[in-house]
Design a protein around this ligand. Sequence first.
Ligand code: DGY
Length: 426
Amino acid sequence: MKQDRLDERAREILIRNDRGGYTVPNGRVYPFQWNWDSAFVSLGFATLDLDRAWREIETLFAGQWQEGFLPHIIFWHDDAGYFPGPAIWATGRNPPTSGITQPPFAASAVHALWKAGDPQRYRTNLEKLFPKILAWHRWFAQIRDPSGEGLAVIVHPWESGRDNSPEWDAPAQKIDTSAVGPYERRDTHHLDASMRPTQLDYDRYYALVQFGRSLGWNQRRIGQENPFRVVDVGTTMILQRANRDLLQLAEALGETGAANELRQRIAKAERGISWLWNEQVGAYCSRDVITGESSATVTSASFLSFYAGIRDEARDRRLLQHLERIAGRVKYLLPSLDPDDPGFDPVRYWRGPVWAVVNFLVGSGLSAAGHHSWGERIRGDTRELIGQGGMYEYFCPVTGRGVGGDDFSWTAAMWLHWARGDSPTP
Ligand code: DGY
């Protein structure tokens, strides 16, 4: 498809999925506002209407809890097409929300929106959002960083955004599913089950929702007692970068106290993130905080260190060697799982497929770290995948086929913001 037509298509998708101030990832499969989806989507809207882009983030933060926690779903209205819906989560909030969070990309999105517009015009928007984002980042530091080293613990695979990555397989064995009871999945009504997490995965997802609900969604207790507690390499890297971007916003607003706080947090994480480095594997890997065990798995998230601004010559060299090897095994970068991993499945969600948003983070991170040819390779592959396969939720790295939901908001947004065109990555 021609570039103009693709641009138009991407805009149509965003407009069609706009529910008036917030955007659904896909109307059938995901009919609510999702946290990190919205942050990515705002970058797409920024190419057509910057006011609307800010609004996307503002509606997202309308679902923030008093304590700073920002839920992963805001249920602006009910929809029987999704499980688990608001009545299952039962968080007792208004608007109704889920009780878990998602990777904190919002600060980086707001930083990009701020850079894209006239600072005078958007100063009030930023002044209102800044304390809310800061409160969310503080919540991560207080509730999800038990060792105080700048790491980010997830208490549900959904919090990583990479729901069925094999990184969670071993830690998830601690989840007791014996009392889950009957329930009906909705995702497999809309999509082929071979592209989705397994039934065992879902039993565990649901058991964790029941666990959180049994604690009345007391986040402090969940952070300490949840049977699944893993430092997610993805969330940790995204948070580190988000803290850097938030620091720039703090400086723009003259918030010196917040800026100092953020500087300290960033410095701590620069040291703390080493805990995720697996020397044997030669990559950053997620790590179970209960057992201390590394996932020892190379996933697309392992390459987010460049995006996070974590630099180490020897480690970077080993990561680039992995990238080189992976590029020799599949046609399109970046598969969500190492193709040499025995669990690799090119169409099953986060066990192999390529995702445009992760490509954006890893690709722009590599370019910013001076590895332009890798950054551009990933951007070019994304462009080709979307151009040939359509604006799908994810793509097969072997054939390029679009899989999962179609007309996907964040894929459309990544087209408009990053993948289209010939100009090098900003
Ligand atoms: C889902 O329902 O598949 C989502 O990823 C949960 O956030």
